[in-house]
Structures are given as C-alpha cells and as structure tokens.
Design a protein around this ligand. Structure first.
Ligand code: SAM
Length: 231
C-alpha cells in the first residue's frame, strides 16, 4: 500500500538535494530561478549565500516563523515514522536511517527558519500559490517544483496539475518538476496527460533520469521548455 499523507506537508530539502533532484548544472545555478512550493527548504538561503538569483513562493509563507516551526514539528514524526513503517520502499544511501533522514531535513529546515524573516523582507520568499502565480510572463529562466505536483496526485486534481504546469510554463522559460511518483511510490496518473498537453502546446518535453533517488524508482524529473528556446 505504501506511505500515505492526509495533506500537503511542509518538509524541506537542501541545495545539495535540489542540485541532484533537478540535475542542476553550474550554468543552471546562475539562472534566475523560481522555486515554486519551496516550503521550508534551505535551497533559497544557500543559493543566496552563493550569489544566486532566486525567489521561492509558497502559501505557507503567510505564516510566522513560529507557526511554520510548529507545522514542521507536527510533520516530523508523521514523516519519520511513515518512512520507517515503509522502510523497503526507500533507498537508504544518503540518509542511512529514518532518524538520520529526519536530522538531515531538520538541519535544512532550521536554516530556512533562520533566513525566513530576512528573505521575506527582501521578497526572496513570496506568498503565492499554484495554479495562479503573481509573476510576469517569462520572469524566470527556470522554475522548479519539488515534491508537490505529481507527488500529491491523491490530493490535487488532474485539473489542478494541468493548470499549474501551464502556469509554471508561463512564468519561466524552462520548468522542471520532481519526482514523478506519488507519495506512496506509484507513477502519477497525471503524467501522461500532462506530457500530451505540453506537446500539443508546442513544448519540448523530456523525462530525465537524475542523480537522486530516495523513493525507489523516483529518480526522474519532467523538464519542459518552448521548442524554440534552448536553455
Ligand atoms: C513537501 S513540501 C516541498 C518543499 C520543497 N519543494 C522541497 O522539495 O524541499 C510541499 C510544499 O508545497 C506547498 N504548497 C502547497 N500547496 C501549494 C500550492 N497550491 N502552490 C504552491 N505551493 C504549495 C506547501 O506549503 C509545502 O511547503
């Protein structure tokens, strides 16, 4: 049956994990990036410290530091015990155990929490949510969306997925979405229709294998860009 969650949870990863999840090259890291559904990931603060250009958006950014911290604490046991109960569904290489995984994630999320007030003040963190984003057409070179679309196929409808992917393609020249599996590790039922719609609209679509695998078989991302744009 696999791991199930009742709702979308705040749970954040690091720059190192993002780099592998989205197969980001050193050129990619120089781009003007949107992290959509960035949540409590430390990608934004680490990118900023490295001189990168990044905006993260998420509805959770309307909460205070204390409120987000509380949501993280509530999520911690649910995730750590959930992956422990489904141990064989995961690859235990980077994190050697569910507890080690929890500690790695907490470290990233604490980095985010420390940075959140400063990043909010400078608009690096913006309150916004799919399927409608408050950004200009092609404002970004690259939009990333990790552990939201496809992951939450049991919670978010096909209509939401298609509208959201269209919106990401509007605001960025290139879009990357990872992973392509649901929380319980099944291929998302919405992937084939999303690919079909993107191709019909003239986008170049690629499913790329990436050097990151935590859910077994979850080492692929969807990448799309306009046919005439070669990022
Ligand atoms: C599991 S977290 C992933 C965080 C980060 N992308 C990562 O991979 O570490 C999912 C995030 O999606 C956010 N979210 C939920 N609904 C959203 C929406 N409609 N648009 C944008 N983000 C949303 C949640 O608040 C949460 O922070």
């Amino acid at each position: 049956m696999g791991f199930k969650l009742e709702s979308v949870v705040p749970w954040g990863r690091s720059l190192d994990e993002y780099t592998r999840m989205f197969d980001l090259s050193s050129d990619d890291l120089q781009k003007n990036i949107l992290d959509c559904g960035g949540g409590p990931a430390s990608f934004n603060v680490e990118m900023t410290q490295n001189g990168g250009h990044i905006i993260s958006c998420d509805p959770i950014y309307r909460l205070s530091v204390q409120e987000i911290e509380q949501r993280i604490q509530e999520t911690y046991n649910v995730i750590v015990e959930g992956v422990r109960a489904n141990y064989d569904d995961y690859v235990w290489e980077q994190a050697r155990s569910p507890d080690a995984l929890g500690q790695i994630r907490l470290k990233a999320m604490h980095r985010f929490l420390q940075d959140f007030p400063a990043g909010l003040a400078t608009n690096r963190y913006q309150v916004a949510e799919l399927p409608e984003l408050p950004f200009r057409d092609r404002q970004f070179d690259l939009a990333l969306c990790g552990y939201l679309l496809f992951t939450y196929s049991d919670h978010l409808s096909q209509f939401f997925h298609l509208s959201s992917i269209r919106e990401l393609c509007r605001v960025a020249t290139e879009v990357r979405i990872f992973p392509l599996l649901t929380i319980s590790g099944e291929p998302s039922p919405f992937l084939p229709i999303a690919i079909q719609e993107l191709q019909q609209q003239g986008y170049h679509v690629e499913i790329r294998t990436v050097p990151y695998e935590f859910q077994k078989g979850g080492n692929q991302m969807l990448l799309c860009h306009q046919q005439n744009c070669h990022p």
